[in-house]
Design a protein. Structure first.
Length: 588
């Protein structure tokens, strides 16, 4: 016999009493249908979307005849102030599925050729998911049973039939969905704050919320010419030393559901004219016996008047010697009159028309070229070992000790020399580039030393590249991509540009044809002249930090190194690193 469609009680399965008519051989019958229905979200805000998923069985049972269903229609009422956006169907015994809006109902139509009755198994019905946008006021939506389920088909000698099942109680609710008011978006309050020159100033962030929800504040973009301290919304803005003019930062205000962004505009007042601040001591270079150069940068605060010159002193023991005034554009001064073995402290002060400012004192130095090593031999041996993984030959040691002792070369010159040797160009630099090409990061010291050990032991770059390609870190980044997407990402991440169509097609073809592995393709990019040129500064910074300082640079340190090389040259930049306390701890 044919059975009517399924019943409900709220979210889940509801047993619905129904009357079916037009059933072949049987005619009419009273039955029940188990209808499964669930909503995707509850509650849902006004203006939000909710998915209603139902499964309605087709009337089928144990009639002794075989019939073929060609069409089934399920007519379901649409609740008030609900707009149907889409209807989707899962796979079923029916070959076709469509939907339409008819008045205040949504009609789901299934088509195909589905055999029922006799020994045929019950057909598989689809899950029907209705996506709807909820309008109107806060309330409870009742999703009710279908008003009718109509099945059309052919019952052989009994001819074509149309069976209609109608629920006995059309007010039966399958699912209820709670509709709540839409959240009122908080509003950040912009403000303008006047700040006295060089004076930290409190700032309290503000915002409003139409719902009265508690608000949370956070800084979004910091100021360009000052710093913020404290915990939002109570902050303190401190202008950068010597800065005057406009500044600003943005902040967010959130009620936990929505966020708005506000701006605090700042105007830092001009400073009164004063004597200049202390210069910045950039470092002291020991040049050889009795000779050293002190270097400095202009003070950040010129007192409101142009710098007219500098006074430079040096203190050794109890004697402070005036090395004479220098002009306003000078940034260094060299003396050859130091006493070897006696600590020397250079002092520099800036002068303007108001007067001479405070002295800046350099760290004490003693004129021995090999500091901070314990000896010249130790210095040369360690630099060769760090940079080339080998001690110097006897001839190399003798030559460099003579040049360094005479003051014609510095330890930075030795590092520059080692960076130009074959070990650096064929072993070190290509391995560093593999890290940036494969993993887009600076090598860690342990990892780089491991692979350099392999490279120096005879491993080819291709073999090392294959290991990178098989690494979990690389696979996590590229493994799930198609070959074409992989090539496009290499252009974007390695060469930092969009790939040309011909190049992308070529390398994708090489991968698709298995002529090249991903590791081999990567080598062609990491060792290309374009990539070498783009990575030259990054590689140089990484190698100097890793080999000389024994640690990887941060991104900020790498950037600063590259900028310093561009401004001052490689050896001057390296000399600055050799004077840091970190390096002093490392040198033997």
């Amino acid at each position: 016999m044919l059975v009517a469609p399924p019943v409900a009680q709220a979210d889940g399965t509801t047993s619905v009493a129904a009357t079916c008519a037009g059933i072949p051989l049987i005619g009419s019958l009273d039955s029940s249908v188990d209808i499964t229905a669930n909503d995707s979200v509850d509650p849902v805000a006004v203006g939000g979307t909710v998915d209603l998923t139902t499964q309605v069985p087709v009337p089928v049972g144990d009639v002794p005849i075989t019939a073929t269903i060609t069409e089934g229609k399920i007519v379901t009422p649409i609740p008030a102030d609900v707009a149907i956006d889409d209807v989707t169907f899962t796979a079923s015994s029916f070959s076709g599925a469509s939907w339409a809006i008819s008045g205040s109902n949504v009609v789901a139509t299934l088509t195909g050729s589905v055999s029922i009755g006799g020994s045929n198994p019950p057909p598989t019905m689809p899950d029907v998911t209705v996506r709807a946008t909820v309008g109107g006021a806060p309330r409870t939506i009742s999703w009710k049973v279908p008003t009718s389920i109509v099945v059309k088909g052919n019952a052989g000698i009994f001819g074509n039939f149309t069976a209609t099942c109608t629920p006995s109680d059309l007010s039966t609710v399958l699912v209820t969905t709670t509709v709540v008011a839409a959240n009122a978006v908080p509003e950040a309050t912009d403000q303008t704050v006047a700040v006295a020159h060089g004076t930290p100033t409190p700032i309290v962030l503000a915002g409003t919320d139409g719902d009265g929800d508690p608000l949370a504040y956070a800084v979004a973009t910091p100021p360009a010419h000052g710093t913020l301290s404290g915990t939002a919304p109570s902050l303190t803005y401190a202008p950068a030393p010597g800065y005057a003019g406009p500044d600003a930062f943005t902040f967010t205000v959130s009620d936990g559901k929505a966020t708005d962004t506000g701006t605090v505009s700042i105007e830092v007042a001009e400073a009164p004219d004063t004597a200049p601040g202390a210069p910045t001591i950039d470092g002291v270079d020991i040049l050889g016996q009795g000779a050293a150069t002190v270097r400095w940068s202009a003070p950040g605060d010129d007192g409101g008047q142009p710098i007219t010159g500098y006074e430079v002193h040096v203190v050794q023991g109890a004697t402070e010697t005036d090395l004479g005034p220098v002009g306003p554009t000078a940034g260094e001064l060299t003396t050859t009159d130091l006493v070897d073995g006696v600590a020397a402290t250079f002092r520099v002060a800036a002068t303007n028309d108001v007067g001479t400012g405070a002295f800046a004192d350099a760290a004490p130095v003693t004129t021995r070229w090999w500091l901070p090593w314990t000896s010249g031999t130790k210095a040369v041996d360690e630099l060769f070992t760090w940079m080339a993984a080998r001690p110097p030959t006897s001839a190399e040691r003798t030559s460099w000790l003579a040049q360094l002792g005479a003051g014609t070369k510095t330890t930075a010159d030795l590092i520059a020399f080692l960076r130009e040797q074959a070990d650096a160009t064929t072993n070190v630099d290509p391995t560093v580039r593999l890290y940036s090409a494969y993993l887009t990061r600076i090598p860690d010291a342990g990892g780089l030393n491991f692979w350099l050990g392999r490279r120096r032991a005879g491993w080819t770059l291709s073999r090392i590249s294959s290991n990178f390609a098989a690494s979990s870190e690389f696979i996590r980044r590229y493994g799930s991509m198609t070959n074409r997407k992989f090539v496009e990402n290499i252009y974007a991440n390695v060469l930092e540009r969009s790939g040309d169509a011909a190049g992308i097609t070529y390398w994708t073809g090489q991968l698709d044809a298995r002529k090249k592995s991903r590791g081999q393709v990567m080598i062609n990019f990491s060792e290309s002249s374009e990539y070498k040129r783009k990575q030259a500064g990054n590689v140089s910074a990484a190698v100097v930090y890793l080999h000389v300082l024994g640690r990887a640079p941060t991104i900020a340190q790498r950037t600063a190194f590259i900028e310093a090389v561009g401004a001052d040259g490689f050896t001057a930049t390296v000399r600055a690193l050799l004077r840091t306390p970190t390096f002093a701890d490392r040198a033997g």
